[in-house]
Design a protein around this ligand. Sequence first.
Ligand SMILES: *Cc1c(COP(=O)(O)O)cnc(C)c1O
Length: 241
Amino acid sequence: MPEMRVGEESRPIMCAIASNLQAVRARIAATGKSPAVQLLAVSKTFPAEAVREAVAAGQTAFGENYVQEGIAKIAALADLRSQLTWHFIGPLQSNKTRQVAEFFDWVHTVDRLKIAQRLAEQRPTHLPSLNICLQINISGEPSKSGLAPQEAAALAAQIAALPHLQLRGLMAIPAPADTPAAQRLPFAAMRQLFEQIRQQLGSPAFDTLSMGMSADLEAAILEGATLIRVGTAIFGTRPHA
Ligand SMILES: *Cc1c(COP(=O)(O)O)cnc(C)c1O
């Protein structure tokens, strides 16, 4: 095999990102609900250069799971900052809230008042409000983060009253299911909960239902997802997936 110069070997991967994005957009279009759905590209474990390639292919919203990795990538892509929206979608501990409040635009994984209060206090006042989704443990898995569905309305009311935050909606990662029909059940339950809380809050800003990933995005969209979080189908298989 001829020797390759640095940079050349990553080219095929980069081309793949653009065509993968096209394929994901086609999957979204095939549901017939494209206008209602925002695509979040989950770039965790992939380098800033991969994000840059996705941006070149028209993608502007990115999700990160780990605070240090996310902040390093946001810094490496500082030249694109004004074009991009960065979503924090990983588990969030109290000692990391300041960095998230300072660097991200969205947090999808709030499941306790204490975390929301810290984000509200720590959000720099020169920045727009931090967009918040409540993470719901919709499949009731004991080991998973997220609050129980029956606790969501009360927490939503409390968070809606905090300054420097904008409560935007709900997020869930249901337990994996084998068939499309089984995939749709927890998404349908999320949609119901979302509508109920939206009515209760009476806030037009509560407009986001974050659900659906590479394996189940169609099921999520058909049940009313407004934002799908897609990693593998765009960037490829993660090293530790
Ligand atoms: C990693 C991750 C995704 C993307 O999952 P894929 O199956 O790679 O599409 C979506 N949401 C969250 C919260 C994640 O951690």
